[in-house]
Design a protein around this ligand. Structure first.
Ligand code: SF4
Length: 425
């Protein structure tokens, strides 16, 4: 096991857990975010047996088990290996960075089932040694064109299912560039491979300035990069329109689902264990993890969904209008060694001041330090912990220059009220 928290650009996994204030963090990358109930049960049991029972769902739909010790870690890995949740080696797990539409294969409003493409791309990434030199955070995204769009999420190489003149294709997007190239669906793996190799070749000697595909696009332009692969480009701006919230009961086409979110991305294994028992009772077979810190029970009847909402509304977010969905907060003190503030407690107190509906995205980010792990993007208000107080950043990221410094919780609350005044109730 290699464990550390201080190497720049380094990403934790299950085989490379990260040291934190409450022990080791073991991060699981679940293929396509799909967990059978059996696998989900194994994870919650491992969290309770070998960790402290706290589980985080990340903004890339990865699951993190907290509070694991150096003694319990090998047992946890053994327990999860049996359920095909652990890769063969550290390199394979770190390269397997593929985000997929959370309802892949079951959403009748989607344009195609992307499941085989997700598996094939993961397999190729693991098997291709040369691609293991990609930067740790380099990622791929595959969107099926269905109800829960992930197109607007940040990634390096995105494949968006689309139909043009009745022909089904993937539009390939580099970062969030305004140009795409169209490919036949069967060419996804070979296109991902060619683009990743081109990226590696282009950054040689420029590793500090070209860390992600957006750096290369800024230098060469998407058109030139695609031209190297013999692909033509067309203009296509990314759609940032309000997405459908996965939280609450939905029917996508005729297919029913219930989305339940983890407050600030964190839940207790006991809650999920109870949820698995519930799903079992109603003959459901899987859970879907989403990048919006929510999980989905697919195929649930409306009546059963109402039962679940009544049973779990204390521990999970069951309504899309819940103000906590408009707030991002990292682990903070005492779970993170870099924090000097209790971000999760403070975020809960601040949630009374945030009235904007969840669909307008993250309005308030409470960050334990300027790393901004919980929300690496801009938000209307960001509070950044420093020496037990908060610095205030407006319309920026956690590492941007603060407008005010050294606010205690009362002054921070006043600033939130002032800045978010006028938000829709
Ligand atoms: S942002 Fe939060 S979780 Fe990330 S390092 Fe800073 S205090 Fe820790």
């Amino acid at each position: 096991m290699t464990s550390t928290s201080s190497i720049k650009g380094w990403c934790p996994g299950a085989l490379r857990p990260m040291e934190s204030g409450d022990g080791l963090i073991v991060r699981l990358r679940v293929t396509g975010g799909v967990l059978s109930l059996k696998q989900a049960r194994a994870i919650t049991k491992a969290s309770l047996d070998f960790g402290n029972g706290l589980m985080d769902l990340s903004s890339r739909a990865n699951l993190q088990l907290r509070g694991v010790t150096h003694e319990t870690w090998p047992k946890l890995i053994n327990a999860l290996t049996e359920h095909e949740l652990i890769d063969n080696d550290e390199e394979a797990e770190s390269i397997r960075n593929v985000m997929a539409s959370p309802l892949a294969g079951i959403d009748p409003t989607s344009l195609m089932d992307i499941t085989p493409h997700v598996r094939a791309l993961e397999h190729h990434l693991k098997a291709t040694q040369a691609l293991h030199h990609l930067p740790a955070k380099f990622g791929f995204l595959i969107d099926d064109g269905g109800a829960l769009s992930i197109k607007a999420l940040s990634t390096d190489i995105g494949f968006e299912a689309t139909t043009i003149n009745g022909t089904l294709s993937f539009a390939v997007r580099l970062g969030q560039a305004d140009e795409v190239a169209l490919i036949h669906p069967n060419d996804l793996v070979q296109t991902a491979n060619a683009l990743a190799h081109y990226f590696l070749q282009a950054r040689r000697g420029h590793e500090d300035s070209i860390r992600r595909i957006t750096n290369l696009v800024a230098r060469e332009g998407a058109q030139k990069i695609f031209a190297h692969l013999g692909l033509q480009t067309l203009k296509s701006k990314i759609e940032f329109h309000d997405r459908v919230s996965p939280v609450g009961f939905h029917r996508f086409g005729t297919f029913p689902c219930l989305g339940l979110a983890a407050p600030f991305g964190r839940w207790h294994a006991n809650t999920i264990s109870n949820l698995i028992d519930f799903a079992d009772r109603y003959n459901l077979t899987s859970l879907r993890l989403t990048p919006w810190r929510a999980l989905i029970l697919p195929g649930i009847t409306e009546e059963a969904a109402q039962d679940a909402i009544a049973l779990f509304s204390h521990d999970l977010i069951t309504q899309a209008q819940d103000p906590r969905l408009a707030i991002a907060a990292c682990s903070g003190q005492p779970a993170c060694l870099h924090a000097s503030v209790k971000t999760q407690e403070d975020a809960l107190a601040f949630s009374r001041l945030v009235k904007s509906p969840a669909l307008s995205g993250i309005r308030l980010h409470v960050s334990g330090c300027e790393k901004g792990c919980a929300h690496p993007r801009s938000s209307k208000v960001t509070l950044v912990g420093r020496e037990g107080l908060y610095d205030l950043v407006v319309n920026g990221k956690a590492n941007d220059t603060p407008l005010r410094r050294g606010l205690d919780a009362t002054w921070a609350a006043a600033a939130i009220k002032e800045m978010l005044e006028g938000d829709a109730a």
